[in-house]
Design a protein around this ligand. Sequence first.
Ligand SMILES: Cc1cc2nc3c(=O)[nH]c(=O)nc-3n(C[C@H](O)[C@H](O)[C@H](O)COP(=O)(O)O)c2cc1C
Length: 418
Amino acid sequence: MIEQPLALPCGHTIKNRFIKAAMTEGLATASDHATPAHQILYKTWAQGGAAVLISGNIMVDKRYLERAGNVVTEDERAIKQLSAWAKATHEGGSELWGQISHPGRQCPRLVNTKPLSASDVQLNMISNFGKPKAATQAQLDDIIKRFANTASVLKKAGFDGVQIHSAHGYLLSQFLSPITNKREDEYGGSLENRARLLLRVIQSVRDAVGPEFPVAIKLNSSDFQKGGFSADECIQVIQWLNDAGIDLLEISGGTYEQLEFFQQSDQKVRASTQKREAYFLEYAENIKKIAKMPVMVTGGFRSLAGMERALENDQTDVIGLARPFCVNPNFPNEMMSQSLELLEEVESKLILGNGFWGPASSSKSVQALNNQCQAGWYYHQIEQLAQGKPSNAEYSPRKALLSHFRKDITRAIKRKFA
Ligand SMILES: Cc1cc2nc3c(=O)[nH]c(=O)nc-3n(C[C@H](O)[C@H](O)[C@H](O)COP(=O)(O)O)c2cc1C
């Protein structure tokens, strides 16, 4: 089943059910352009057999990044580099879809001390994020145009589709959440108003790329925060998305404050989730009942049997995976030929928790550092692959944390002086 093609509403068909979910690469130049490293990385991943590779965040506005090292596409200046990236992916045998994104308040101080958001609700996380300003109506009109423009440049560069990032607490997800959206204008208050920016962005992207180009969206099944965007609200938003010309709905969850996919040492994985393997599947079941477009569930898939079961039970149409691509880039081929049944479990080795901080802590700062450590470890693997080297599963998570901080600071400084 996993090797079967899937036809999308726009008329485009993808060759199998494996899609690499977005992972920020941090490989861009100090001028925010794609590099030969992107080409090597994506060709390697493409040779692994997945139908589609979704890029990491490609930002729509140079002033607001998720981190220094993001590719930014505001105009056609770096279209050659984007085309080379798409070409390398095609040579490897996959399609390349660009994830287009605005971080909103999740823009670190090193990039901008005054980020934009729905309201002025600050992200309180190891003092890394400035107090955001509430975007004006004119700024929102500009953001809508920027998403459309970025999508259209990516299409011109040879990308095969785009994905609008509306999950994980980024700007569009900040608008959806009552915790971060305190507005009293047409973009705040009721769910209809909170979803307005997202629906306008989708419309403008669709107008820019035409009816036959794949447009996907990544949406939280829930923010998993009290008072945040809820599972019921997600269902309602999907009903609106049904009429919005979406080709693929990726289901994820959480925000920077509550990252579902990174483990905390004291976090208990619910038995039902363990059994099901992929933690958003229970939400996807309800979503699949109402979604008219194909659904992709991402987060936690690790066994071929679990993936096949989710497809056969019609809980998802596509299997989204991210971290396993950093450890074994060839796993889709190996699973499709039945020579691999289970992906190597590395996550539990990356929790600093007990050994490093003392007893497991539920403190927000420790959790944030723990997340950074795990992210840093995967960034290291991405850098390895982007240099044409094999992944290095023995790499120390502590080194990864320090090296990630050092590199992030260096990149941000270089960027300021570029
Ligand atoms: C290093 C790293 C970078 C990520 N960057 C992004 C990103 O740029 N955009 C995004 O939507 N999700 C991003 N994610 C989340 C993944 O797309 C995915 O939702 C998550 O890792 C769960 O899937 P998995 O269990 O298969 O890894 C990132 C995850 C990791 C580990």
